[in-house]
Design a protein around this ligand. Structure first.
Ligand code: TYD
Length: 206
């Protein structure tokens, strides 16, 4: 008995948290137990790694960055994600290994295949049953994100070209694994998106 494993992906500002809230509500209305978590930082150790990745001043090279994301993911997988799935609990993650392939592999211009292999090593090959990619033009997503008025972290300080490359990276990943990915146009209304996502998840539950 394994729970359903769903990850949400997309560039910063596409509205993942809102859609995760709505899906969590839907699954609990169906009487399912869910665990919602996120990367980087879904564990206590992960919070320290998140802090290094996003808020530490000073130089951090692309490979070191990729390895820190992988370390966070390995620990999260071992101590939270896998135990929950084994108990039959559905796990919904705000970002998972496709974030590393898109941001570090494509955005930072490391080798996407190597980053995928590194991420698979971190989680011992565990892929989600479904990955929901919220897709939106990078300029529009950043404009939405910047409306929150929060101080940008290290990754958020990247330029629009970086996020457009990451977005294209995600679309390529989705095209390569059409059974796992569900691409949703994130420029449409919140409720419209939620309805599409519920319908796709309900299909999996049949
Ligand atoms: P996230 O927590 O989703 O952002 P926020 O809470 O600030 O909205 O992710 C933090 C940043 O880390 C985000 O810019 C995406 C980036 N990231 C990677 O570059 N690689 C990864 O593997 C992951 C999980 C996140």
């Amino acid at each position: 008995m394994s729970g359903l494993f769903i990850s949400f992906e997309g560039i910063d500002g596409v509205g993942k948290s809102t859609q995760i809230d709505l899906l969590e509500k839907h699954l609990s209305q169906l009487g399912r137990k869910t665990l919602r978590s996120f990367e980087p930082g879904g564990t206590e150790l992960g919070q320290e790694i998140r802090n290094m990745l996003l808020h530490r001043k000073g130089q951090l090279g692309a490979r070191a960055e990729a390895l820190l994301f992988a370390a966070d993911r390995a620990h999260h997988s071992d101590t939270k994600v896998k135990p929950a799935l084994a108990e039959g609990i559905d796990v919904i993650l705000d970002r998972y290994l496709d974030s590393s392939v898109a941001y570090q592999g494509v955005g930072r211009d490391l080798d996407a295949k190597q980053i995928r292999d590194l991420s698979l090593f971190a989680v011992q090959g565990l892929l989600p049953n479904l990955t929901i990619l919220l897709d939106m033009d990078a300029a529009a997503a950043l404009a939405r994100r910047d409306k929150t008025g929060n101080e940008p972290d290290r990754l958020e300080s990247e330029k629009v070209e970086f996020f457009e490359a990451v977005r294209q990276g995600y679309l390529k990943l989705a095209a390569a694994e059409p059974e796992r990915f569900f691409v949703v146009d994130a420029s449409q209304g919140i409720e419209q998106m939620a309805e599409l996502i519920r319908a796709r998840v309900d299909e999996l539950l049949k």
